[in-house]
Design a protein around this ligand. Structure first.
Ligand code: S3P
Length: 429
């Protein structure tokens, strides 16, 4: 993908459904008894991976475009797949389904693409083994072989905050005898805690601990998925860093466990407004952002779990800020779809940014104008999108190798960028 500098970024956008919510609605729908109807389902390749795996497990999934219906027949309605289950690039698919399959009386093998096959899976295998399932990984990575069993509830303390692992253990807990409790060292996204009750499953939340009682049945749900706020992050940063820019994003997820990046951008001096339109089961509303003069801030370990996916976008804002923008306590970034600390350091440095790579984060000395360069996405959708936004604010053209991987979470990304660059005549103040 070749990107030229953009004079401005303007427009009104409505985004495809949130990826994290879409995964959960599909999986919980498959476990429910009856038809779950999902509107504005994510267009992300990752969510197609979830639907494909569910179909391979015998679940009836009907879909045309963004309307997806899942015909659940309870956990007992799942059947052994005829081959291994391919989660593609999606860690969320693999880890959450591991929790489901730990309680099913058959053998499953979960695998994925080359990037996913490098990612750590013992964090999900260990609690599932403690509950009674047989789980094998290949040196801690996929393929993950699961021999489901009659499970017993456990109290599990996660060493690292992870919504995927938390969800996996709770989904296994739903099929286990007694109560299962998961405690996190920091607050990761809470969609599972919000959605399971909407499917009729009572959860008990006590501080950082969440508990579920085994044997509860799920009733189906009808839900319209709000726009993906992690995709919005890239458009927001484009509007903040380019001159004479203004964007409005309608009907987007505003869950505080996902919008901490907006708080950080505001601390940096970003002009961003949000308004809630509804709060149940998830907060939804609109976001507006406009050109801003940014200053560097420090992002510490305490907030990292609630903006982990937005650090690539924030780093781009950091290159345009006055002073130092630093992130610490984010070693998890090294085991995402790529080593995001290394990939950002490499790409932004190639564009002339002053980046210090640290074991658990990075520090960026903002200010110097970026220049167009040849950069690599490392097969990572969020790196591709971050470097593309950086390219809009650079001098000279940038070539982003492997840019098509943006479709893992946001297939419309380059079309939206083009629209924003072409500008919207409707409104600008
Ligand atoms: C996700 C959880 C996060 C996030 C991922 C989606 C989810 O990962 O990075 O993109 O939908 O539960 P962790 O579980 O590692 O925190």
């Amino acid at each position: 993908m070749r990107l030229s500098p953009a004079p401005r970024f303007r427009g009104r956008f409505t985004l495809p459904g949130d990826k994290s919510l879409s995964h959960r609605l599909a999986i919980f729908g498959a476990l429910a008894e009856g038809e779950t109807r999902i509107g504005n389902f994510s267009t992300a390749a990752d969510c197609s991976s979830t639907l494909r795996c569910l179909k391979d497990l015998g679940v009836e999934v009907r879909g045309s475009g963004r309307a997806v219906d899942v015909e659940g027949r309870g956990p007992a309605g799942l059947r052994a797949a005829s081959g291994s289950l391919d989660a593609g690039n999606s860690g969320t698919t693999l880890r959450m389904l591991a929790g489901v399959l730990a309680g099913r009386p058959f053998r499953s093998v979960l695998t994925g693409d080359a990037s996913l096959r490098r990612r750590p899976m013992e964090r999900v295998a260990e609690p599932l083994r403690a509950m009674g399932a047989t789980v094998a990984t290949r040196d801690g990575t996929p393929p993950v072989m699961i021999e489901g069993a009659a499970l017993r509830g456990i109290a599990w303390r996660l060493p690292v905050a992870s919504a995927q692992v938390k969800t996996a253990v709770l989904l296994a807990g739903l099929q286990a005898e007694g109560v299962t409790t998961v405690t996190e060292p920091g607050r990761s996204r809470d969609h599972t805690e919000r959605l399971l009750p909407a499917f009729g499953v009572p959860l008990v939340q006590e501080g950082p601990a969440v508990s579920v009682r085994g044997g509860t049945r799920l009733s189906p749900l009808t839900m319209e998925v709000p726009g993906d706020v992690s995709s919005a992050a890239f458009l927001i940063v484009a509007a903040l860093v380019l001159p004479e820019s203004w964007i409005h994003i309608e009907n987007v997820l505003l869950n505080p466990a996902r919008t901490a990046f907006i708080d950080v951008l505001r601390q940096m001096g970003g002009h961003i407004e949000t308004a809630l339109r509804c709060t149940e089961p998830e907060p939804v509303g609109w976001i507006e952002a406009r050109t801003s003069r940014l200053r560097g801030v420090e992002v510490g370990a305490d907030v990292v779990p609630s903006l982990i996916d937005e650090i690539p976008a924030l780093a781009v804002a950091g290159t345009r800020a006055e002073g130092t923008f630093a992130v610490s306590g984010a070693a998890e970034l090294r085991v995402k779809e790529s080593d995001r600390i290394a990939a950002l350091t490499e790409g932004l440095r190639a564009m002339g940014a002053r980046v210090e790579e640290r074991p658990d984060g990075l520090a960026i000395e903002g200010g110097p104008a970026l220049r167009g360069a040849e950069v690599r996405a490392h097969g990572d959708h969020r790196i591709a999108m971050a470097l593309s936004v950086a390219a809009l604010s650079a001098r000279g053209d940038t070539h982003v190798e492997d840019a098509e991987c943006a479709s893992v979470s946001f297939p419309e990304f380059y079309a939206f960028l083009e629209r924003g660059v072409a500008g919207d005549r409707g409104r600008h103040d």
